[in-house]
Design a protein around this ligand. Structure first.
Ligand SMILES: NC(=O)c1ccc[n+]([C@@H]2O[C@H](COP(=O)([O-])OP(=O)(O)OC[C@H]3O[C@@H](n4cnc5c(N)ncnc54)[C@H](OP(=O)(O)O)[C@@H]3O)[C@@H](O)[C@H]2O)c1
Length: 195
């Protein structure tokens, strides 16, 4: 399900994807919905809204979660200041994922992942080789998120630790955007070779 605040917008995004991808699997399976329906209807949710709106979005949906769900936040802490991208934690020095974890029902397990994966590379299905740091408090949640990451060719999930460390991944996006801009690298990502 592709969610939006507006059903019309979700429908037009789904139509666009179906026409650009022209693949039966997508045509038959990708559905549009309002965010409220996604929150109540999906076992695994991926939150992809700007960081300024992340908390209010989750808060507005919190009564809709049906519980026993996994919420993966791809939210990154990035603000453009002039020619540079900076990141900062929000209030109380807490990361977005930590704050989100405080507003969802206890049976919704929160993880942070995908902050270092450029969306356009995934959408254009370009060949990629990258590591995806995942933070979450429970090993079972990590395994769920890791299996989704692993389904995407070229992505390797790496467990980073508990949500206490989510600020570290949320700040990586600003690092990548600055490196890309200053050095002419298109869509940089990260990987951790081991020797
Ligand atoms: N783009 C990337 O490559 C990338 C990579 C890693 C992480 N991220 C992170 O993922 C998140 C989304 O990035 P993006 O590039 O997809 O951002 P985006 O295109 O600016 O926004 C994504 C969606 O957020 C919703 N949105 C916008 N303003 C909102 C508001 N005031 N309240 C609630 N929802 C709102 C909109 O959906 P509707 O209007 O349809 O509701 C919009 O289509 C960000 O936190 C970003 O840092 C992005």
């Amino acid at each position: 399900m592709l969610g939006s605040r507006s059903l019309e917008k979700a429908k037009s995004a789904v139509d666009e994807i179906i026409s650009e991808k022209n693949r039966d699997y997508i045509k038959n399976n990708l559905k549009s919905a309002e965010n409220v329906s996604v929150a109540s209807g999906c076992d695994i949710l991926i939150l992809t809204v700007p960081h300024e709106n992340a908390l209010e979005t989750v808060r507005s949906l919190s009564a809709r979660f049906r519980g026993n769900q996994t919420l993966i936040s791809a939210v990154a802490s990035v603000t453009k200041k002039g020619e540079e991208f900076t990141s900062s934690n929000g209030s109380n020095g807490m990361s977005y994922a930590q704050k989100i974890n405080e507003v969802v029902p206890g049976s919704v397990k929160v993880a942070a992942a995908f902050q270092t994966v450029p969306a356009n590379i995934l959408y254009r299905e370009k060949e990629i080789s990258a590591d995806v740091p995942v933070v979450t408090n429970e090993p079972e949640t990590y395994h769920k998120v890791a299996s989704i990451v692993s389904e995407i060719d070229g992505l390797r999930p790496l467990y980073l630790g508990s949500l206490r460390l989510s600020g570290e991944v949320e700040r990586l996006t600003a690092l990548l955007l600055n490196i890309g801009k200053r050095n002419g690298l298109k869509s940089p990502t990260i990987s951790f070779p081991s020797f």
